[in-house]
Design a protein around this ligand. Sequence first.
Ligand code: ADP
Ligand code: MG
Length: 204
Amino acid sequence: MDVVFFTAWIQESVRVLSINRDLLTRLDAAIGDADHGTNLDRGFTSVRQAMEQTPQDTPGQLLTLVGTTLVRRVGGASGPLYGTLFRQLGKSFGDAGEVSLDDLATGLSAAIEAVKRLGKASEGDKTMVDALAPASRALSAAVQEGVKPDEALERAAVAAAEGAKATIPLQARKGRASYLGPRSVGHEDPGAASAALLVSALHP
Ligand code: ADP
Ligand code: MG
């Protein structure tokens, strides 16, 4: 997978986040402050502009640019967290011109650990981690089994979507939604929903 693959991932992410902007904002209206969709749409629109202005040569450079732009433009809790996810993933690829599915699985796992450290979040806290972590595990398992990339990415997308839906009965323990205490139960976490969209964009 080269810079063309990762560019396509980010372009697809820009597209699905824009289409789902209002849905994400509605989810955030229920247990937050109704800005998650607009935050991400603004951030990824800037990412698209940055990619067009300064084309990048390697997957690592591209993902670092994505992460840096998200930190600058998204704001809110999710900006630094997604910024960290993409920057760490970029860093793990170094200056390789091409990375394998195994590299992606390993890099994603390390990037999610960095997100968990920054947010002091664990699985089950009702955050983006609840979609990202199962996706990463599904991808690593698929790599171990030697399944084809297409199928491996598909399994990651399914695991992320299931992880996002599984946040509905949880009580939030991190972020703004945690202020609601038990009233956060019964709603899908907006960050878990956006994380599932990002993972599914790997396999459009
Ligand atoms: P804000 O909460 O500042 O308005 P957003 O609405 O853009 O920011 O993002 C909210 C999402 O960020 C939540 O749904 C959750 O998934 C994620 N989030 C918030 N705090 C944390 C945290 N400490 N660790 C991991 N994810 C978090
Ligand atoms: Mg919000």
